[in-house]
Design a protein around this ligand. Structure first.
Ligand SMILES: Nc1nc2c(ncn2[C@@H]2O[C@H](COP(=O)(O)OP(=O)(O)OP(=O)(O)O)[C@@H](O)[C@H]2O)c(=O)[nH]1
Ligand SMILES: [Mg+2]
Length: 166
């Protein structure tokens, strides 16, 4: 079966962990070094699915803040669970009719306080196209869950599972 391509824009403030998350998915590595990005970069993460779902090619677009977001099918909005910065609402044109996953990253760090983001307000606004996950690019906690949610919504296959196709 030919792979289905899903373009995912990964947005969020400086230092949230966008690049670390995408690198973790696409290469399996993690670096504690921080290199602020200055232009969008697209990387590919391939995943097979149990039948009858097709294999998937996620095009993960790492978009630094303040830059135009390239064409996409879904959005991951990331923030840093260790930094209590005010959340930024998303431009409506970014998410219109598209799956949106909010990710609170760096949950490997001990002693985190309660999440400050009004997740329920997002749930009310975006409904079934929205989900929230605590994640960690460092420890891999929940790291494939955002993409599983997106795949299920984009393909309209609520039971889709990643894994070998046979
Ligand atoms: N402890 C911990 N640190 C993380 C995690 N994810 C990223 N970091 C660190 O946070 C810093 C910023 O991560 P980046 O991925 O570069 O952040 P970014 O969102 O791409 O930042 P910009 O390119 O400036 O927009 C780096 O030092 C990472 O190593 C995580 O899950 N846990
Ligand atoms: Mg970056």
């Amino acid at each position: 079966m030919a792979p289905v391509v899903i373009k995912v824009a990964v947005v969020g403030p400086r230092g949230a962990g966008k690049t670390a998350y995408i690198t973790r998915l696409c290469t399996g590595g993690f670096s504690s070094r921080y290199h602020p990005a200055d232009a969008p970069v697209t990387s590919t993460f391939a995943e097979s699915c149990r039948r009858p779902a097709p294999p998937l090619r996620f095009k993960l677009i790492d978009v630094p803040p303040g830059l135009a977001v390239p064409d996409h099918d879904a959005v991951i909005q990331m923030f840093d669970r260790t930094a209590d910065v005010p959340y930024e609402s998303l431009n409506a044109s970014l998410t219109a009719g598209k799956p949106l996953v909010l990710c609170g990253n760096k949950v490997d760090v001990p002693g985190l306080s309660k999440i400050s983001h009004p997740v329920q307000a997002y749930k009310n606004k975006y409904g079934e196209l929205f989900d929230y996950y605590d994640i960690s690019a460092k420890s891999n906690y929940n790291f494939e869950r955002p993409l599983l949610f997106i795949a299920r919504r984009v393909l309209n296959m609520p039971d889709l599972e990643f894994g070998p196709s046979d």
